[in-house]
Each structure stands twice: as C-alpha cells, then as structure tokens.
Design a protein around this ligand. Structure first.
Ligand code: CP
Length: 308
C-alpha cells in the first residue's frame, strides 16, 4: 500500500507531490463514503485521537472531530480555556498526561508558530498541525487545493491569487507551498504593509492592484484581516481597505472572465468579501468546508496506518 513520506503532518513544507496526490486519492474515496446513507467506516476502531485546541476554531475543530468519528476512532476533546493549562501546566506535561491515557494521535491548534514541530520532538504520538500561529495550516491548504481540483479538474497550470493579510496568515503560507508543489502559478495581492518582505523567494509574484490580480487569475482565495495577530494598524481604516482589496459583485461582473471565489473562513462580510459574492454561484466556500471532512479523514487514515 502507498504511504505518506511523513509520520506527522506539521506543514505542507514537509510533504512532497506524491504525498499530496495520495491524500487527494484517499479523500476521493472518503468523499464517496460520506455521501452514502451510512457515512461511517470501521477503519480506525483501534485508534484514539485527542483534539487539543489552544485557540478558537469552528470549522477545523468540528471537521477533524467529524472526520475521526466517520473513521470510527475514539475521540477526546481538550480546550485550553477549560483546562489545567490555566493553572500553569506546560504544553509537554499537558500532552504527556493526555497520552498516558493511551492516545495515538494528537490534533493540535496553537497560537505559537512551531508548536506542533516542538511537540513532535518531545512526545510519542503522531502530531497533526491544525494551525500554528502565523506559520502553517496544512489541512486547510490541502482542502483548498482539493476544491480547486474538483472545480477546475486540475491544479497544475492554474492561476491562483491569494488576497489580503498575507503577512499574518498561516493559510497563505500553506497554500503557497501546496499550490507551487502542484505546479500552479501563484500571486499574492494586498496592501504593501501586509505582504512579507522577500515573499517572491517562495516562487510567487506580487500585485497591489486587485483588479489586475483578478483579471489574471482563475481562482481568488480571499483572506480576512487576522485582527487577533495585529499589534499595530497596517492600513488607515477598514473602509479604505475594503475599497482597495475587498471583492464585490460589481467588480467581479466587470472582469474579462468568470473566476472562482474561495475563502477559508471565518468570513468578515462587507470587509474582504460582500455577501452577494460569498453566496454567489462563483463561490465554492461551502464546498471547501465539505471537502475538509474528506481531506481530514484521508490525512488521519494515512497517518494512522504508519502507527499500526
Ligand atoms: N478556516 C479555519 O481554520 O477556520 P476555523 O478557525 O473556524 O477553524
């Protein structure tokens, strides 16, 4: 059986193209499973997974939990806000205590970049990064590419623009790695203050004019401003940001072609995207969420096969 080149999913940076194709082919199978009347398979009856979230989440947390349950794994959930972390317990102590309850895999979201990498070096379990600060969000990038493949047939050769707060976005970095690995052309677009210096070294091009970027692309992935990571203001006002970098129906209708609109969520309606775009036929935002379950089933299934 084909297997992943990695024991943990810490970032797209550590995957190769074969890994991505294997995850997609496995997700194709699970997508078919979750559309059956009985949406569950017994594959991981002997696996226990802990979802440990040190940062807020709606989509990722629920999607991982559902994916694990669809695979028949035993699942425990941990939220830092209601835990003994508040009494001063360290990350390694917290996780080792959870692991002593015979847990095989840890899915972790953490505000600090590199938290998953650190954990993988200190505990004996398979680690899945569910988002670590402004570093990586690998399953989001996988489900994003998978959704492009589903909509347009392939990712290779497609023009994808990522718009918004690139500087503070783990979604942007993971998407850049994933899209480049699959042969897409990637552009980033946003205010200069929210574009990292030397971003071109990742093989992307930069555009600060949204209309030009949208006229170039097949797919626009709209990101929200990561307000929780901004210690200073990076643009004059939200209204001015929206005027320059927000997408609305009038702008989309004035382009040379019809493009696909994506957003990882949560959406700030009326800021980076208007409701008439988010809810339009061009938007695949809810398809991304649906595909997230199949992608996470595939990732967990493939990593679990390396534990057994
Ligand atoms: N896209 C995403 O990571 O959403 P949540 O923060 O709600 O998990």
């Amino acid at each position: 059986m084909a297997e992943l080149s990695v024991k943990h999913l810490l970032g797209i940076k550590y995957l190769n193209e074969n890994d991505i194709q294997l995850i997609f082919e496995t997700a194709d199978h699970f997508k078919e499973v979750i559309n059956r009347s009985i949406k569950k398979v017994p594959s991981l009856r002997d696996i226990t997974i802990a979802n440990i979230f040190f940062e807020n989440s709606t989509r990722t947390k629920l999607s991982f939990e559902l994916a694990e349950k669809r695979l028949s794994a035993d699942v425990i959930n941990f939220s830092a806000a209601q835990s003994s972390v508040k009494k001063g317990e360290t990350l390694i102590d917290t996780v080792n205590n959870i692991l002593s309850m015979k847990v095989d895999m840890v899915v972790m979201r953490h505000p600090n970049p590199g938290a998953g990498i650190f954990l993988s070096k200190h505990v004996n379990a398979s680690i899945v990064n569910a988002g670590d600060g402004a570093h990586e969000h690998p399953t989001q990038a996988l489900l994003d590419s998978y959704s492009i493949r589903e909509k347009l047939g392939d990712v290779a050769g497609k023009n994808v623009v990522i718009v918004g707060d690139i500087l503070h976005s783990r979604v942007a970095l993971s998407n850049i790695f994933a899209l480049k690995l699959q042969g897409a052309n990637v552009k980033v677009c946003g205010p200069k203050t929210l574009l990292p210096k030397h971003i071109e070294s990742l093989g992307v091009t930069v555009e600060t004019n949204l209309r030009k970027a949208l006229n170039w692309c097949d797919v626009a992935n709209m990101l929200r401003i990561q307000n929780e990571r901004l210690d200073i203001s990076y643009f004059p006002t939200t209204r001015e940001y929206t005027q320059q970098f927000g997408v609305n129906k009038k702008l989309l209708n004035s382009l040379d072609k019809e493009i696909v609109i994506m957003h990882p969520g949560p959406i700030n309606r009326g800021v980076e995207i208007t409701s008439d775009v988010a809810d339009s036929k061009q938007s695949i935002i809810l398809n991304q969420v649906e595909n997230g379950v199949a992608i996470r089933m595939a990732v967990i299934y493939l990593l679990a096969s390396k534990i057994k």
